[in-house]
Design a protein around this ligand. Structure first.
Ligand code: FES
Ligand code: MG
Length: 581
């Protein structure tokens, strides 16, 4: 469909010959604009998540300028709008608490203002799903302009990646293998340029998924943030969004179930972050698409990890770009994709990736040469995800086998239970801690309500006592999340969570826990009668937050298997357009 000028949303503000139209035009001219600059053109909002406390987005004001040039040259008028900036490392207690806040802000910015389409500018972890969720609910043409990954660093001859290596070096520092001056010197390194984490953490997982779903220009999410081509890509976003407005390319036209299945297959081939298991159902919910944990498990069994990137592999985003980036990876897994899905280019995904090839078969592997080969003993070892169920997680839990220790994928051991992250941190390095390699560390009250905000506590630290014995991994369980840059045998997102009375609340230290990835089960080895007795004694924890956004969050948030969206924001029913008077 080709829209006509009088069908543009912004015309409701600017075209009317009444006192309101007069006021809207007057207030634009108050900024020094001429009528001709903005009247009779599509108005493009650039939702910019730049801030001085979002280092991954440090370059986004410059990119907004490039987008503006693109919009102007394509005959539109661009307006830059600040949106909540969720710098993953700085925001406490966790950016996840604010993903829905950003989604709500993006949606209401779009709806309340005279915008015909938007460019969504961001990339650090929660920013991508937050912006996409909001734009989907507002449902005006939207194009995602990714922040891009940071440049690599090298340390002792090795390429190092943000997040993954911080954790590795911290363990080395804890046991004295790295001294303090060296540790301090590492602070100035590893994250040496603006851009998102350069491992296959949550940022690159989500931006790549969004590109595969058709909401970002082909290849855009693999471009390094500091490459000159990144600025040209931002310009191209400005150009394309103007056409998307005329073509009425709204998110709900692009985000079909096929598009989401393409996103899931991409996540698996990337060996991407477990956080996608929360963000995908939330985004799908906004588009009115049915998508659940079973869809993830099914595609994880079909699509092996082909991107050799930390933490599943040993290369970084810059290498991925040189190898051909996402289009080359998608070409490799095309047998698992819905190639007819429509994308922001106006073409199908299949058309977008035609002729793409991998320039480096070690970084972007062929289907018959996955990053971690399945073995007869452990066919799951190379999978990016497994969804578990059992008496500990009736509504599901997830684990990333490709970042876990294969020998732990079938394991029974005694639980060591912590009721809070603070309790765990206070006890974990006690030399007398009753823990062995077989222990299953359990952390509860880390879920969406309990955290609150489902913090990234799920990668519980290995007790110092075990690190000194050379142990680098043990089985860990929680209702929390884990950073996509981390690794280890960590069962995450246990649902329902303990704070709402999920079975995790009933486990006691010493109970035997059985994890069986092949069977996709996680159980506490107790009879149902014992669990029922403990359940009868269980009391919900007193909520610590009595006011403010956190109170609203705890009241509204859904469980992780539904994506932790707010009950009142989920679903694809549209809020009516605002009346203009
Ligand atoms: Fe922003 Fe990792 S901290 S992407
Ligand atoms: Mg992260």
């Amino acid at each position: 469909m080709q829209k006509k000028l009088n069908q543009l949303r912004s015309q409701r503000w600017f075209a009317s010959d009444d006192i309101r139209g007069f006021a809207h035009r007057q207030r634009m001219q108050q900024q020094g604009l001429s009528r001709e600059e903005f009247m009779g053109r599509p108005i493009v909002g650039i939702l910019n998540t730049w801030s001085d406390l979002s280092p991954c987005h440090a370059h986004l004001r410059d990119r907004a300028q490039a987008i503006k040039r693109g919009v102007l040259q394509a005959g539109g008028y661009p307006l830059e709008l600040p949106a909540m900036s969720l710098g993953e490392v700085m925001v406490k207690p966790t950016t996840m608490l604010y993903r829905n806040f950003l989604a709500m802000e993006a949606e209401e910015l779009i709806r309340s203002l005279p915008l015909d389409g938007v460019v969504l500018l961001g990339g650090c972890d929660k920013t991508t799903p937050g912006l996409v969720m909001g734009a989907t609910s507002a449902d005006v043409p939207a194009l995602f302009c990714p922040a891009g990954a940071m440049l690599n660093d090298r340390y002792k001859g090795q390429a190092v990646g943000a997040g993954t290596h911080t954790k590795k070096y911290w363990e080395q520092y804890t046991i004295g293998n790295i001294d303090q001056p060296e540790w301090i010197s590492l602070e100035a390194r590893m994250t040496r340029a603006p851009g998102t984490c350069n491992t296959m953490g949550t940022a690159s997982t989500m931006t790549s998924i969004v590109e595969a779903m058709g909401l970002a220009l082909p290849g855009s999410t693999s471009l390094p943030a500091m490459d000159a081509a990144h600025t040209r890509m931002a310009w191209a976003c400005g150009q394309r969004i103007v056409s998307m407005i005329w073509e009425d390319m709204r998110p709900t036209r692009i985000l079909t179930r096929d598009a989401f299945l393409n996103g899931v297959a991409t996540w698996m081939a990337l060996g991407g972050s477990t956080n996608a298991a929360v963000h995908l159902p939330a985004m799908a919910g906004r588009a009115g698409v049915a998508l659940n944990l079973d869809d993830f498990d099914a595609l994880a069994r079909q699509v092996p990890v082909l991107a050799n990137l930390f933490p599943s592999g040993d290369r970084l985003m810059e290498d991925f770009y040189y190898a051909g980036g996402l289009p080359a990876l998608l070409q490799r897994i095309q047998a698992h994709l819905q190639l007819d899905a429509l994308t922001c280019t106006g073409r199908t995904l299949g058309e977008n990736i035609e002729g793409q090839t991998s320039a480096d078969d070690d970084v972007i592997r062929a289907l018959d040469n996955p990053v971690i080969p399945a073995t007869a003993q452990c066919p799951e070892a190379g999978m990016a995800l497994a969804v578990l169920r059992g008496n500990l997680c009736p509504d599901g839990a997830v684990i990333k086998p490709s970042a876990a220790t294969p020998s732990f994928l079938q394991h029974t051991g005694p639980a060591l239970v912590f009721d809070s992250n603070a309790d765990m941190l206070a006890a974990i390095n006690d030399p007398d801690l009753d823990v062995t390699e077989d222990t299953v560390l359990v952390l509860r009250n880390g879920g969406p309500v309990g955290g609150p905000g489902m913090p990234e506590w799920g990668n519980l630290p290995i007790p110092k006592k075990l690190l000194k014995q050379g142990v680098r991994d043990i089985v860990r369980l929680s209702d929390a999340r884990m950073s996509g840059t981390h690794y280890g045998t960590c069962v995450l997102h246990i649902a329902p969570e303990s704070a709402v009375g999920g079975p995790l609340a009933l486990v006691r230290t010493g109970d035997l826990i059985r994890l069986d990835i092949s069977a996709r089960t996680l159980d506490v080895l107790l009879p149902e009668s014992e669990l029922a007795q403990r359940r009868a004694q269980w009391r919900a924890p007193e909520p610590a937050y009595k006011r403010g956004f956190t109170r609203i969050y705890q009241y509204e948030v859904t469980q992780s298997n539904f994506g932790c969206d707010f009950t009142s924001l989920a679903g694809n029913e549209r809020t009516p357009e605002p009346p203009i008077y």
